[in-house]
Design a protein around this ligand. Structure first.
Ligand SMILES: Nc1nc2c(c(=O)[nH]1)N[C@H]1C(S)=C(S)[C@@H](COP(=O)(O)O)O[C@H]1N2
Ligand SMILES: [Mo]
Length: 552
């Protein structure tokens, strides 16, 4: 140990950080070759999302939202950074501790990787490669920091000679590191008890080398995982014409009011909600959809099979059960795809079956009521969104879309497997985490204009928004200012009952002061949107959206 005490703490921490960077950097391209979800950093993050215990669950459930992914990954990286620095400090005291630390690190990675849905034995390779490279880097850096014969292994009592990577590339050159003009402290060169001095320059050069290796392999890894091929396949796709085109949009479907959500949500503005820390890259050429379980004739469909089927085009408004009253997790698009019901009928669904357990390429599941899918509505295996192939983050190449159901029970993206089953036999992802098994969309409405907290000028003012009651249809919207009477809003047209509907009041006479505007919708069944406030868990929020404005 004696000599190693001469490695200053900062240098020890640096050795740890570079070692950690090498581990992460090397595992990334290997994961790119093996399976992107076998990248241990993401697997640990995914496992954290899935395993979140009860107290963290509310938070994890909000991890429905997409910012939380960045937060989570940043957190994982922050923890990794600290652990790596600690491993460096330990290794400087005794290289065995450092190796043990890296091994522990690897075990956590392996556990996460192997518990991912659909994990196979090859998924251990990226983690093992990363840890192996890190052990190598650790020895190398320690060796450079304390040059001279047995410096590093001397810290390892016993059979260290076998561990010593002395034969490895670069190590031998530490006596005269690659092309360096001047030698390090010459006195440290000789082994055998001669004092060994910390070689700052040697270490820094070694660290730069480590960072370069980590960076280069990280870049290669990103290229491998970037989905360039999938995105090329997506761009090359020629969409067939629909056998059943969507009815032409009636005039006046879009009131074109500034600040009001457009009737059709552009793809780039469409909300995104999923548990995927990295977007699954699914190549349509390798994609298949297996339909099995309680059916007479299990089938496996290719993407070409789907494209050959009669395609239905429909405007359908999709919304998320975790959308708060007035929230943004809702959008309306023109979807295109074969009928899910027709595919199921061909497979021959057993009478006792009541649920479709659909699984995505990344192992997420939804549980959809079969009666809803078979009742004649446009339940689709969608392959296009607003006239283009599904954007990758919205489920390319194929996703389910079922009007009238929240996304978590119906809108599985990157779908690869549909098991025909029963609610009392199988549970889907969110249902096993406290959300209700069946998720019919609740009749709701939202004020888009004016915005909450806005300052508006006194006088004639427009109030506008959207209302939705998918597959029932919106029959009326009323607006109230303060304690005034409910006033009937003018409804924009809607092509079917499956989309949201814009509404407007264009002659509110705003008088100076603070005002609270409230909205409520009535659907075509005569149901009036309840004022009762309930949270999003377990089956969707209710209550009336209000905005408060300052009229000046
Ligand atoms: N594979 C997969 N599909 C999924 C999810 C998911 O986490 N993974 N989330 C669902 C939820 S909760 C919603 S609301 C919709 C959102 O679809 P979007 O991201 O295209 O708006 O996708 C659904 N499909
Ligand atoms: Mo959702």
């Amino acid at each position: 140990m004696d000599g190693n005490e001469r490695v200053p703490r900062w240098a020890a921490a640096l050795i740890g950080l570079v070692t950690g960077a090498v581990a992460v950097g090397v595992s990334l391209p290997v994961a790119g070759l093996v399976r992107p979800s076998a990248f241990p950093v993401v697997a640990v993050g995914d496992a954290a999302v899935d395993l979140a215990p009860a107290p963290v669950k509310d938070f994890a459930i909000r991890a429905f939202g997409e910012n939380d992914k960045t937060v989570l990954l940043t957190g994982v990286f922050a923890v990794l950074t600290v652990i790596a620095a600690v491993i460096g400090l330990l290794a400087a005291r005794n290289v065995r501790y450092g190796v043990a630390g890296l091994a522990a690190f690897g075990v956590v990675g392996l556990l996460a990787v192997l518990t991912r849905p659909g994990a196979g034995p090859v998924d251990v390779v990226p983690t093992l490669a990363g840890v192996g490279a890190a052990v190598f880097a650790l020895f190398l850096l320690l060796r450079r920091a304390l040059p001279g014969g047995p410096a590093v292994p001397a810290a390892v009592p016993g059979p260290d000679a076998g561990v010593e990577p002395g034969a490895g590339p670069g190590v031998g050159s530490s006596a005269g590191p690659g092309g360096r003009g001047e030698a390090p402290v010459p006195s440290v060169r000789r082994a055998g008890g001669a004092p060994r001095a910390f070689d700052r320059r040697g270490l820094l050069i070694g660290a730069l080398g480590g960072v370069a290796v980590a960076g280069a392999s990280g870049v290669i890894g990103r290229m491998l995982a970037s989905g360039a091929e999938v995105s090329a396949a997506r761009t090359a796709l020629r969409l067939p014409r629909p056998a059943v085109p969507a009815p032409p949009l009636p005039a006046g479907v879009d009131l074109r009011i500034g600040g009001l959500s457009p009737f059709v949500t552009p793809n780039q503005d469409f909300y995104r909600v999923d548990t995927a820390l990295v977007v699954p890259q699914v190549d349509p050429r390798n994609w298949t959809l297996r339909i099995h379980g309680m059916v007479d004739r299990p089938v496996e469909l290719t993407f070409a099979d789907l494209m050959r089927r009669p395609l239905i085009e429909a405007y359908i408004t999709l919304c998320c059960v975790s959308n708060e009253v007035g929230g943004p997790y809702i959008g309306n698009a023109r979807w295109l795809g074969p009928s899910l019901a027709a595919v199921l009928r061909e497979a021959g669904v057993h009478r006792e079956a009541d649920m479709l357990l659909a699984t995505s390429a990344d192992g997420w599941t939804s549980g959809t009521p079969i009666d809803v899918v078979l009742d004649g509505r446009d339940a689709l295996l969608a392959l296009a969104m607003n006239g283009e192939a599904l954007p990758v983050e919205h489920g390319f190449p194929v996703r389910q879309v079922v009007p009238g159901l929240y996304g978590y029970v119906s809108a599985v993206k990157w779908v690869t497997d549909i098991k025909v089953t029963r609610f009392d036999r199988d549970q889907a992802y969110w249902t096993s985490r406290g959300w209700s098994a069946r998720g019919p969309v609740k009749t709701e409405s939202r004020i888009d204009v004016p915005e909450d907290g806005a300052r508006v000028h006194a006088g004639r003012t427009t109030i506008a928004g959207v209302a939705w009651a998918q597959h029932k249809g919106v029959a009326g919207v009323e607006v109230r200012v303060d304690a005034g009477p409910w006033r009937e809003a003018r409804l924009a047209a809607a092509p079917t009952a499956d989309t949201w509907r814009q509404w407007v009041i264009d002659d509110w006479d705003a008088v100076p002061g603070r005002h609270v505007i409230a909205v409520r919708a009535t659907d075509a069944t005569g149901y009036l949107q309840t004022a009762e406030r309930v949270p999003v868990v377990p089956d969707g929020a209710t209550g009336r959206h209000t905005v408060t404005v300052e009229v000046v």
